[in-house]
Structure formats: C-alpha cells, structure tokens
Ligand binder design. Structure first.
Ligand code: NDP
Length: 283
C-alpha cells in the first residue's frame, strides 16, 4: 500500500514559512513582495485560479494586484500593461494567466515580461536557464513536484524517471529538473509506442496528460513513486487525476492524490517564487 503524499499539508507548511520569511523581510528592509496577476477574458477555470492566487497572496502578507481585462483586449494594450508592471517598483512578480485569447500571441506577451519578474518561469530567458542548469525561476508546478519527490527521501541519481506529457509548462520542465538530479529520464507523449512498457520501467513516474485514470496498475512498477499532475473534470462533476488511484496505490511506494496533491503545491511555489523575486531585487 502506498504512502499518500499530502500536497495540501506540505503546501500549507511552505506557505507558512513564506509568510514568516516575508514578514521578516518587511521588518528588516521595509519591502512587501508584490504580485500582479493578469487575466484576459472570462474563462471560468482561469477565474478560479486567479482568485486562489489572490487569496494565497493575502495570506502570505503580499501585495496583490489583479487585472481582469475583457476578452477583446488588444495585444498592444496588454503589452503596454506588461511594460508598466515591469517598471512598477511595488511589483516583484508578474503572472499572465494562460490560455490567452487566440488573437493575442502568448509567446510575445511572455517574452515582454521582465525575466526577473517572471515568477511563472515561462520567459525564454528562464527556460534557457532551466535547460542549462541555472534557472532564475523554476515553473511553479514542476518546482512543486520536485518538492514532493524530495519529501519521499528517494535518491534520484541513477533512477529511471518517466514523464508522460511533454508540455512546456509541466512535462518538459519536470523532465529537465529530474535530469539535473541525475535521474535517467524518458519523456512520453501521444506518439509513444508501447507506453505501458515504458512506464513500467519507472522508479519515478510523473503523469501530466489530462486523461482521467489513463495510468493503470499494470503500467506501474512495484515500489514506484507516482506523481499525478492531471486535473480532469468527470461527468459526475468530480475531479480525477491521470492515475487510476486505487489500483496504482496497491503498487506504488508513494502517490499523490487528486485533488490535494500537486495542485496546492503549484500555488505554494508561486508564493515562493514571488518572495524570491522580491529578495533578489535587493541582493
Ligand atoms: P497539455 O495538453 O499541454 O499536454 C498533454 C500532454 O500529454 C501532451 O504532451 C500530449 O502529447 C500527451 N498525451 C496526450 N494523450 C496521450 C496519450 N494517450 N499517451 C501519452 N501521452 C499523451 O497538458 P498540460 O501539460 O498543460 O497539463 C496536463 C494535465 O495536468 C492536465 O490535466 C492539466 O489540467 C494538469 N495540470 C495541473 C496543474 C496543477 O497545478 N495541478 C498545473 C498544470 C497542468 P503530444 O505532445 O504528443 O500531444
């Protein structure tokens, strides 16, 4: 039977230590970390995420500013807002909630963010840093996953790590972070042949696909650490991960639940990155 990696509890501990450090920083330097979150359009899921980020900021004692712009906002208007936020000395982190409406170039917008304020870690400068092993900001979800893996005490050097999913926000960065820790990493995607044989090799298996319950017990090696990134809304309205939790539980040594695993870690790491951004500004 697996040990459940309680992301909600671990994230709570991280948020508490961020709050304490931020209070200390304010006392010593008079600086309050500031995060600006920009949302364009009315995507319901994005609205929920933005609300959660603002709440986490308030709890951490940060300055939080929300910019909720209409879906028809022009690319030029958004670029001007980013430029203003880049210059704003009260703002240390800028996050543009994705996805953006189709008429706006995501690449152009992300590239316009000052890399030193890019707390999502998506700017090409930070992506390059991740590839070369010296990132300024690590994207929040992969950073949260690495923290969860570190809590298992597993030594990653020489282990087989398999990542299912190759997105820029989860699959690729987590593969790079595992590689940096000397795991032997395989990245799988929709064209991978014999997926169950590949996943069954994994000492550490990360599922970031977006297909409910696709990782079944037969695809998992006994004793593997299984990290479920997927968030899927079932017809019943319930949330489900990419991993068939009950049957994989019988084989894995550690497993993350959905909800309450990777999700809360993402927000905790956003707070950590924002505090880091503020600290870096004075160092
Ligand atoms: P994307 O849709 O960008 O990427 C999905 C990846 O899965 C792609 O690389 C795709 O391959 C691959 N894939 C699709 N079908 C299969 C298949 N049958 N076999 C193997 N690989 C497959 O998703 P994201 O990375 O953005 O998100 C993945 C999941 O994680 C989603 O459920 C999302 O909601 C969740 N998520 C959760 C977060 C959290 O904080 N908990 C944060 C971010 C995401 P290909 O490239 O070939 O198309």
């Amino acid at each position: 039977m697996s040990i459940i990696l309680d992301g909600a509890k671990i994230a709570g501990e991280i948020r508490q230590s961020v709050r304490d450090e931020a209070a200390d920083f304010k006392n010593k330097k008079g600086i309050v970390p500031g995060l600006a979150v920009v949302l364009v359009g009315e995507d319901p899921a994005s609205q929920v995420y933005v609300g959660r980020k603002a709440k986490a900021c308030a709890e951490a004692g940060f300055l939080s500013r929300e910019y909720r712009l209409p879906a028809a906002t022009l690319e030029g208007e958004l670029l001007r807002l980013i430029d203003d936020l880049n210059k704003d000395i009260l703002i240390h982190g800028i996050l543009v909630q994705l996805p953006l409406p189709a008429h706006i170039s995501t690449h152009k917008i992300i590239a316009a963010i000052d890399p030193m304020k890019d707390v999502d870690g998506f700017h090409p400068y930070n992506v390059g840093g991740l590839v070369s092993g010296s990132p300024v900001f690590i994207p929040c979800t992969p950073r949260g996953i690495m923290e969860l893996i570190s809590r298992t005490g597993i030594e990653l050097a020489g282990k087989e790590a398999v990542v299912v999913g190759r997105s820029n926000i989860v699959g690729k960065p987590i593969a790079l972070l595992l590689l940096e820790r000397h795991a032997t990493v395989t990245i799988c995607h929709s064209r991978t042949k014999n997926l169950p044989q590949v996943t069954a090799r994994a000492d550490v298996l990360v599922a970031a696909v977006g297909r409910p319950h696709m990782i079944t017990g037969g695809m998992v090696k006994k004793g593997a650490v299984v990290i479920d990134v997927g968030v899927n809304r079932l017809e019943s309205g319930k949330l489900a991960g990419d991993v068939a939790f009950e049957e994989v539980c019988a084989k894995a040594s550690y497993i993350t639940p959905v909800p309450g695993g990777v999700g809360p870690m993402t927000i905790a790491m956003l707070m950590r990155n924002t505090l880091d951004a503020a600290l870096q500004m004075v160092s």
